[in-house]
Design a protein around this ligand. Structure first.
Ligand code: ZN
Length: 193
């Protein structure tokens, strides 16, 4: 059996060789940062008599519905918090802000987000970016997306350009499609030098 060859004219080096060549550096001589990714999901019920707060913005639902919960029920910010905690395997927000604790009744979720960012920073990690998708039939979120990104970015301590917020409907399907609730999926990427 001939030895595998990576000589000139025989195409690029196989991935294993390329990985060895760049291991530990980004090709600049400086060490690669450690990276961690986290995933978060949340859903809250839509009910009468509650405010609808998403990404720190108060929105108007056409039927006057809002999100039910112990805090302000900002499902977008909750999913982001779980993504941040998940990246460091720190559990979920229920562990830090239990729903039976009167301190968090009606809490501003953006303030809770700041506390989660502190937990991340205390462990020597910095935030690279976050991305979220809110699943809601109504109201139209597009007019509010930029304000949500700015509010979240301010609490995360990063530029709004690193905060993705998208909105989708569920095409009338399932609990979000029937407007029984609003859900959100989020990811967060952290790095440590
Ligand atoms: Zn929640």
């Amino acid at each position: 059996m001939p030895e595998p060859s990576n000589g000139p004219g025989e195409g690029p080096a196989p991935p294993a060789a390329a990985a060895v060549a760049s291991a530990g550096t980004a090709g600049t001589g400086s060490p690669l940062p450690q990276l961690r990714i986290g995933n978060g999901y949340d859903i809250h019920r839509l009910v009468p008599g509650r405010a609808l707060i998403l990404g720190g913005q108060r929105l108007d639902h056409p039927e006057g519905l809002g999100l039910d919960g112990h805090s302000d029920a900002d499902v977008l910010v909750h999913a982001l918090m779980d993504a941040l905690l998940g990246a460091l395997s720190l559990g979920d927000i229920g562990r830090y802000f239990p729903p039976d604790d009167p301190r968090w009744k009606g809490a501003d979720s953006l303030a809770l987000l700041e506390r989660v960012v502190e937990l991340v920073q205390q462990r020597g990690w910095t935030l690279v970016n976050v991305d979220a998708v809110v699943v809601a039939e109504r109201p139209k979120l597009r007019p509010h997306i930029e304000a949500m990104r700015a509010a979240i970015a301010a609490r995360l301590g990063i530029e709004a350009e690193r905060v993705g917020v998208k909105a989708t409907t569920n095409e009338g399907l399932g609990p979000t499609g029937r407007e029984e609730g609003i859900a959100c999926h989020a990811v967060a990427l952290l790095q440590r030098p």
